[in-house]
Write a protein of this length. Sequence first.
Length: 399
Amino acid sequence: MHIKAKKTPREYRYKPWHSVVLSGILSVILLFVVYISDNYAFPFFSVTPYVTFIESLIQSPRHDVVSIDTTRIFINTGYEAAFVETRHGKEKITDRGALLRLLNDLEQRTDYREIFVDIRFEKGLVTTDDSSLVERLMAMPNTFVAKHWDYGNEQDFPLIDKRLLEKAGYADYSASIFNTAFSRYEFIQHGGESAALKIYNDINQSTIKHHGWGIFSYYKDAGRLCNNAAFIRIPEDMSPGVLRYRNNHTFRYYNLGEDIYGTMTLDSSMQDRFFEDCKDKIIVIGDFVFDQHDTYYNKQPGPYLNYLAYSTLREGRHIVDWWLIAIAFAVYCLTFSWILCRKRGSRIRSKILKVIINILGYTTLLVVVSMILFFFTGKVLSIFIPSLFFSIIDTFLPE
């Protein structure tokens, strides 16, 4: 009597088509997990150190590839200081009288496209110009201001006038113990629009909409799948050590008192040309000197980062690219297939050691792929979560 040999679990597990199917399933799960993590402003262990290296190459004087954005004008109010009496004593704020003068001139002397005022308008910082300033801001079309979230009380910091809320967008940046420097911007913050998203909605007549609940959330922009957070590429260095005059004798930003109401007043034609140049431009007003934030590419001014976040939306870099998904899926499938094929040859006994070795190996692969993609497309692949995912599968999948 012939008895048919029973197949062992090992023979069943490592059939070629079984490995392909399992690799595909695991890759789809990983894509879902990565998408969820990419919707947060502080993903684990970003690729930013490698991006810094690539950015330094791209922005090298030997490579004339950094084009200057001519759709915006930056105006620095960092040197326009005033002091107000508070319960803490005298606090330094932006001179609201100087800001009011500028807004009056912008309204009367130019046909601007958009204005974003990135200074603090919190309640309790009272000046004699507040009433006139609020009325001017409320009367100006296509004009927005910054607001901030009070994390201690889990609510917005109250503004000097509640009416400003309809013109206000969040201008907050997030960090974590894994990544203390700003690199990613969250477009929907605390359930409301960020400054960048508010400008995008007004100029480009589009916005990001949230769907789902909790971690099972997804986002769409005009019916296209997108991310609620995006890596912010810094095309031009605005850090404190960089001269504000470019080699072509143009300004990176104008000083409000020194330039617009200083040097330009010596020749009225200079000031006229400045306001003519503001026509159809996005005008960003804020502190470009003291409002600095650590980023992967030196310290950068807060108003500049908000504008770059809007540029990210305008250029559609928050939209999920299906070709990038296809590349990620292919990389994941190949990696999982390789893991499954080599399981029998693994001789490392310590699971902790295997995790460390595997993370380093998979991280190197993903870093190389991500660097190549970033150099040619400006897109970045997530690194830490896929590396961890690969390592866990490799370590705990039965031999």
